[in-house]
Design a protein around this ligand. Structure first.
Ligand code: SF4
Length: 432
């Protein structure tokens, strides 16, 4: 029996799919070369915003048409969790809508493996050997915050951090299969371990002793000697303490993915989030003082209820001042069960799109200038493929890449001189 998994959404979903592959593999399934050849087609959906949900539905319908006769179609992931019953009713052609806590339950008419699991157990399952010289390592599931625009906690639950031992063992396995860069992810990375302390889980005490208030620091220190690069994604800004900044800089991957969402203080308070543009700029400046080559990424929500022209102006000003290397912008969509969905003063969707376009234009110009400024500089580049790689300034799958002038062995760490830029990507001569 062969399977095909189609994964939508963020890196966190990709890790779940990896784990699912491990589960299917251990139950005797093998990967198909295409969806058309698979006996089981699984769609791991995303429910982050309206556009992501629409893409998930389109993908399900597309795969429904493409699957071979008799193949089973299973929908899992965030949409299955959030809208399971509605999905099952609206898409009778789907054989199983599998929630996190019943993802792969047997016996089922769909031939899905017979092991009961849930989202968190899924994380603890073995994963298949890495297919690239980098891999995500999901260190926690769920989130204890309640940001006004975000429904994730309502279906992923409160934060549950994985133990050090599980994570170190998974990291060692990834390194043994050729991984040179481990990318740590979670919904709220900087809060890693806090739930274990609350629960009094034995190891958490040790973690907290090592890591002070931030077990993430101890974890990064444990992983850094194991692998060439440790990269951190999704840092809530208040969690970016001076100690964590020092720890990140000590990994030699001076890359800061700050989950800012906006910079207007009143709007952030309506979003139930910490901070404002001034504080964010201070932190960015402090990091640049310590490491001028540090790279920064962030994402922003546009059109949250009550957003004004003044808020937009502040965000444009912030982008100009912060000179982030990378930024993503998303238009707000009201999500059931969130604070945002109850707020007055919705922003007209057309206006939100206009604001998004303005922000994208500003950031595209900044990103292009920052990429151009790298021409003539030298960097250590990890070859992801024979033709492309990344320095520490580019996160996999999210940012641009560096094209080599000559074919290289994937997994090599190479010294390269940047010779040109092509949009977000760079061209390089391999020195050695
Ligand atoms: S930190 Fe906020 S935006 Fe991120 S997952 Fe948690 S609630 Fe959602």
């Amino acid at each position: 029996m062969r399977y095909w998994i189609e994964t939508l959404g963020c890196p966190k979903n990709h890790v779940d799919s990896d784990k699912l592959e491990g589960l299917l593999g251990s139950d005797g399934y093998s990967p198909a070369d295409s969806a058309e050849e698979a006996d089981i087609v699984v769609v791991n959906t995303c429910a982050f915003i309206e556009a992501a949900r629409a893409e998930s539905i389109e993908t399900i319908l597309d795969l429904e048409e493409r699957r071979k006769k008799g193949a089973r179609l299973v929908v899992t992931g965030c949409m299955a969790e959030r809208y399971g019953d509605e999905l099952a009713a609206a898409l009778p052609e789907v054989d199983q809508v599998a929630r996190f806590d019943e993802s792969f339950v047997a016996p089922t008419p769909v031939g899905i493996p017979s092991r009961r699991t849930n989202a968190f157990d899924l994380l603890n399952l073995p994963r298949p050997a890495a297919r690239a010289p980098w891999a995500y390592l999901k260190i926690a599931e769920g989130c204890d915050r309640r940001c006004g625009f975000c429904a994730i906690p309502s279906f992923r639950g409160d934060q549950r951090s994985r133990s050090f031992d599980e994570l170190v063992s998974e990291a060692e396995g990834l390194v043994a299969s050729g991984v040179k860069e481990i990318v740590l992810i979670a919904q709220d990375l900087a809060s890693y371990g806090h739930d274990r302390r609350r629960r009094g889980a034995g190891e958490a005490i040790e973690v907290l002793d090592d890591g002070g208030d931030q077990p993430l620091i101890a974890l990064v220190n444990r992983l850094t000697p194991i692998v060439e690069r440790v990269r951190l994604l999704y840092l809530y800004p208040s969690g970016l303490t001076p100690q964590l900044i020092d720890t990140i800089l000590a990994t030699n991957v001076p890359y800061f993915d700050l989950s800012l969402q906006h910079v207007s203080r009143p709007l952030l308070r309506n979003m139930k989030r910490w901070g404002d543009g001034e504080r964010f700029l201070e932190r960015i400046a402090a990091i640049r003082t310590a490491q001028p080559l540090a790279a920064f990424r962030s994402s922003f929500i546009v059109g949250y209820p009550g957003e004004t022209e003044e808020d937009q102006r502040l965000l444009v000003e912030f982008l100009e001042a912060a000179q982030l290397d990378w930024a993503g912008f998303f238009t707000y969509s009201p999500e059931d069960g969130t604070v945002g969905a109850t707020l007055p003063n919705p922003v007209d969707p057309q206006l939100a799109m206009e604001r998004l376009r303005e922000l994208t234009e500003v950031q595209d110009r900044i990103t292009a200038a920052k990429r151009d400024a790298r021409v003539g500089t030298r960097h250590v580049v990890l070859a992801d493929t024979a033709t492309t790689g990344r320095s520490t300034a580019e996160a996999p799958e999210i940012d641009g890449v560096i094209y080599f002038d000559t074919p290289q062995v994937p997994g090599s760490l190479l010294i390269c001189e940047i010779t040109g830029s092509r949009g977000v990507d760079l061209e390089a001569t391999v020195i050695k």
